[in-house]
Ligand binder design. Structure first.
Ligand SMILES: C[S@@+](CC[C@H](N)C(=O)[O-])C[C@H]1O[C@@H](n2cnc3c(N)ncnc32)[C@H](O)[C@@H]1O
Length: 272
């Protein structure tokens, strides 16, 4: 049974993302930084998808990544909590070239025990898991859902994001450092819910002892994140310079431990 606090969080998350689902794709495709980051995420993921694979996607949103993975010859079972996102996913799953490749199930992280089947790869993109207060609610279900030596890639927000620290220069002190508390109020589409921020160490703890950490990359180590695309178009030279710094260091420790998001991959080493 869910605690009242959890139920409230889910109601608000569902409401916020259901409202966002109506314009999600339009805004995503219009944001060049988001498009560029998705390509970096695909490069990371493709290095683990060496043959046509079965993918379980958590918090799949409207299915932008699910469609891409299906078009590359994989099968995707896409899950999400939000009514609106599930509606968008169902529409996409009916497209002629995706039938039988893309299946959809409304499932929250807490209900993963209701998901059937075995998957080669489990994917979660763009911070859906930052809506969850305890990652072990998900990680404890993963060994049952994975084929032997299966991979898990999560794109998740860490507590240290230098770009946001720059907001302190404009006087927005609380907002700039809010992630350091590892818990902050998120505002989306007029709804307020709690966002949780996780270090790689937190992830390692949640994945222990069945998984090994394989690869970590930063997205937006110091370059503007998608939400700051206006900065990027106003100051293209500074942005190019910051992007160059990012490209040089984003895969290296300790730089790959902070940023707007992290791309983190674990492999199942025990279990099944
Ligand atoms: C920022 S969107 C990202 C969507 C998609 N992964 C993408 O990259 O386009 C976050 C998603 O997480 C989903 N989400 C939030 N809490 C969830 C939960 N408890 N269970 C499943 N999905 C959840 C939301 O409904 C939303 O679709």
């Amino acid at each position: 049974m869910l605690l009242p606090e959890t139920t409230d969080q889910y109601t608000k998350v569902n409401a916020a993302f259901s409202k966002q689902s109506n314009h999600f794709d339009d805004e995503d495709f219009a944001n060049p930084i988001l498009q560029q980051w998705r390509q970096l995420i695909y490069q990371h993921v493709d290095s683990f998808l060496l043959k046509p694979s079965t993918i379980l996607e958590l918090n799949a949103g409207t299915g932008i990544d699910a469609v891409r993975f299906c078009m590359k010859g994989n099968r995707v079972h896409a899950t999400d909590l939000s009514d609106g996102m599930i509606e968008q996913l169902r529409l996409k799953s009916k497209l002629p070239n995706l039938e039988n490749r893309l299946t959809v199930q409304q499932a929250s992280y807490e209900n993963l025990s209701e998901v059937a089947g075995k998957y080669d790869f489990i994917f979660s993109n763009f911070g859906g898991l930052n809506c969850l207060d305890d990652l072990t609610k998900v990680t404890r279900e993963l060994p049952k859902l994975l084929t032997p030596k299966g991979y898990v890639t999560w794109v998740i927000m860490p507590p240290v994001c230098f770009w946001e620290w720059s907001w302190a220069l404009k006087g927005h002190l609380r907002k700039a450092f809010r992630r350091l508390n590892k818990k902050a109020t998120a505002h989306l589409e007029g709804e307020l819910f709690t966002a949780y921020y996780y270090t790689v160490q937190d992830l390692k703890k949640a994945f222990a002892p069945d998984f090994a950490l394989i690869k970590v990359e930063s997205l937006g180590f110091i370059s503007p994140p998608p939400a700051s695309f206006m900065f990027a178009s106003k100051f293209p030279r500074i942005t190019r310079l910051l992007n160059k710094v990012d490209a040089t260091v984003r895969k290296q420790w300790p730089f790959n431990r902070s940023g707007d998001h992290l791309i983190v991959t674990f492999q199942l080493i025990k279990g099944n």
